[in-house]
Design a binder for this molecule. Structure first.
Ligand code: ADP
Ligand code: MG
Length: 694
């Protein structure tokens, strides 16, 4: 057996293990819960818990944990040993059904956005049996959702599961209209491509900004960046190769379908893409992937940077969220298909996504908003802050001809109803050429490319699932009432294409003209996190999430508040780090350097070798030092001027409007000084070594 086959999933309590270890009845009951969401009987849970414990102990596990994803985009775990005391000072390893299904979590210091006051800090975790338990570092990890006792979602998994239910409910209604009775569930599939940087650990350790903020707050451009395009898909250095090999192995053991690895555009940047899977599992796996990337890098004396923009001047990192929906019978609803019947159904689902993206551009933008991602979106390297859809020429022409009442080859149509003609083949490669689009149709899936590299993919998928569920709900309401289904379907599709044409854009999303064109089209442009996050509580969005029982108004408010609060905190940490680095490292270094220079020049002059050019350069250096000093004072003043308020919005806005510009001034002054200072005197490693040393 190949190594991969041997180790794949060895630390996962997966279907094969369950089949082998559970009594037939129990297995069947659990399987039913997993595949169609039916409720789990407590007795069944007990049997499962016991089998899980035995399996985990055999694998050397000592503890178990309810592994969950609080609102700060990381994962949380609290370990409990499998022990129960016995008389006579002995113990027995125990794990009950109750402990498997539900946990108490006094996690009062995790952010709750006002959903839970500290005096009633207890929340509980509930097992998500659709995502397999696994062993990590001798801990049996049970994927769970995390809620307050009032039932409010305090995590990223609960709304994701709810949104998957919502999507399924509505998509099934549509499938019934097409006479499909085999499928009972529709599930979103997600394949998130993860970008990251690797830097040498010794260099990392010398930079407070990397340590505290995950990105460089200073750094003049290295003479070489990514302009030659020689890094993308280039040969992978052996140290990185060793890291990737170990990462793959660790991920495979956890059942993560790590598949593709390559160098990315920027120097020191790489990417890993797994094979797609059901959305909640993809989300769990992506969290594990990020954790493993960090852990494994350390073993290779490297540090993995997941920040969206660790270095200015070269590309930042994102995640491409490949998304589609398929039935439990394995049929991808975004697959154009071969028959006329399939084509009609495909077009309806396609249009449901187009409508969803147009109607809820603001929510999609909000779902990817963070301090880190703001550095990417809108730069000429990443999708813009404006959301639009790329369909490719073929599909666009098909929609055009439908709207114009022509058939796909441009002939006048005699039979108006769609579904009598199969779609022409849509070659996959032509759908993937436009890499500038934030939301691209790529053959049988959509690729939402605006996600930040450090964030959980949950938020974006919650929004995607819910907004598409809403389009499908409206379509189903209308079509279920129709007397002539085919005629009604045709009219609906044509009407919706017409109504949402403005969101389709096949051109260059990085061009300035697009910004103007998008404004003419009335598309939403939300430049920063501060503009984007308040959209969560817009009336239409509260109504949307309420209709589909995905998030309540209070839960939405908590997400808005936590997002804005972390935004303000992140920038505050960055600004404080800047002040520290300037005052304690950069200024002392450059002042010393200027002193040395002036002493040397003085000596040379006394010896009869005056150097007027160098003296002028020294004068310039000193003025720059003064400039840095005063920019730093300004930053400090601005930072001290911030006010706190009950609502985090004004503070976040202050950080954006006042603090960020002051930080930019400090950086510009410091970076200019870096280029004028003896390399040996510069107090921390510079871009050339950070980006080119591994
Ligand atoms: P790219 O050219 O963007 O690298 P790939 O075909 O390699 O495109 O796919 C990228 C990601 O999309 C992978 O994670 C892959 O598993 C995922 N993917 C492929 N098909 C689907 C699908 N139907 N639904 C969701 N994700 C998919
Ligand atoms: Mg891709």
């Amino acid at each position: 057996m190949a190594l991969t086959e041997e180790i794949f999933g060895i630390n996962v309590f997966n279907d094969a293990v369950m089949r082998q270890r559970l009594p037939k009845e129990t297995y069947r009951a659990l399987h039913a819960t997993i595949s169609n969401g039916s409720l789990l009987d407590p007795q069944v849970a007990s049997v499962v818990a016991n089998a899980m414990k035995d399996w985990a102990l055999e694998k050397g596990a000592t503890h178990y944990t309810h592994w969950f994803q609080p609102l700060n985009s990381v994962t949380a775990e609290k370990h409990d040993a499998f022990i129960s005391p016995l008389p006579g000072g002995k113990m027995i390893a125990e794990f009950s059904g109750k402990e498997l299904v539900r946990g108490e979590a006094d996690a009062s210091s995790l952010p709750s956005g006002g959903l839970r006051s500290t005096f009633e800090a207890w929340g509980y975790t509930a097992w998500d049996p659709t995502s397999y338990a696994f062993i990590k570092d001798h801990i049996l990890c049970i994927p769970t959702a995390y809620c307050s006792y009032g039932g409010e979602a305090l995590d990223k998994k609960t709304p994701l599961l709810r949104s998957m239910e919502a999507l399924s409910r509505q998509a099934i209604r549509i499938l019934r209209l097409f006479g499909r009775t085999d499928a009972v569930r529709v599930m979103p599939s997600v394949g998130p491509e993860q970008e990251y940087f690797l830097v040498d650990q010794d260099l990392f350790d010398q930079r407070s900004d990397l340590i505290f903020t995950g990105r460089t707050l200073f750094g003049a451009k290295a003479p070489k960046g990514q302009e030659l395009g020689d890094h993308f898909f280039g040969t992978i250095p052996s140290r990185v190769q060793a890291f990737m090999a170990e990462l793959n192995e660790e991920l495979w053991k956890l059942g993560v379908l790590a598949k593709t690895e390559h160098n990315e555009t920027a120097p020191a940047q790489h990417e890993m893409a797994p094979i797609y899977t059901i959305a909640n599992v993809a989300c769990d796996h992506n969290q594990l992937t990020m954790e493993m990337m960090k852990k494994v890098a350390r073993k290779h004396h490297l540090v993995c940077l997941l920040h969206e923009k660790p270095f200015a001047g070269v590309n930042g990192s994102g995640k491409h969220n490949n998304w589609s929906m398929s039935t439990d019978t394995g049929y991808n609803l975004l697959n154009p298909g071969d028959s006329p019947h399939e084509s009609a159904q495909f077009l309806l689902f396609l249009v449901s996504v187009i409508k969803a993206v147009d109607d809820y551009q603001d929510l999609l933008r909000a779902s990817v908003a963070s301090a880190g991602n703001d550095h990417r979106l809108g730069g000429c390297e990443a999708p813009p802050a404006i959301i639009s859809i790329f369909l490719g020429d073929e599909l666009t022409e098909i929609l055009d001809s439908l709207e114009a009442g022509k058939d796909y080859s441009g002939r006048e149509k005699t039979d108006m109803a769609i579904g009598v003609q199969a779609l022409p083949k849509i070659p996959k490669d032509t759908t993937d050429r436009n890499r500038t689009s934030p939301f691209a149709f790529t053959g049988n899936k959509f690729e939402f490319r605006s996600l930040g590299s450090a964030a959980s993919i949950s938020d974006a998928n919650v929004v995607l699932n819910t907004i598409v569920a809403e389009s499908l709900r409206l379509f189903a309401d209308e079509l279920e009432k129709a007397d002539d289904f085919r005629q009604a379907l045709h009219e609906l599709i044509v009407r919706e294409i017409r109504a949402h044409r403005r969101i389709l854009f096949n051109g260059n999303n990085y061009a300035d003209e697009w910004v103007q064109e998008a404004a003419r089209r009335g598309l939403t442009r939300l430049e920063s996190t501060v503009d984007a996050l308040p959209c969560y509580t817009a009336e239409k969005n509260i109504a949307l999430f309420k209709t589909h029982r995905v998030l309540t108004a209070a839960e939405l408010r908590s997400r808005r508040d936590i997002g804005l609060d972390s935004y303000a905190k992140m920038i505050n940490i960055e600004a404080e780090t800047m002040l520290m680095m300037v005052r304690r490292q950069i200024l002392p270094a450059v002042i010393r350097y200027a002193g040395d220079q002036s002493a040397s020049l003085l000596k040379a002059g006394e010896a009869g070798f005056p150097m007027p050019g160098c003296s002028a350069a020294l004068g310039n250096l000193c003025r720059k030092i003064e400039g840095l000093s005063s920019a730093t004072d300004t930053l400090e003043k601005v930072l001290n001027g911030k006010l706190t308020d009950g609502d985090p919005l004004p503070l976040a806005a202050y950080m954006h409007d006042r603090v960020l510009p002051a930080m930019r001034e400090v950086r510009a002054a410091a970076d200019a000084l870096e280029t004028m200072t003896d390399k040996a005197c510069w107090p921390f490693p510079t871009y050339d070594s950070l980006l080119f040393s591994v």
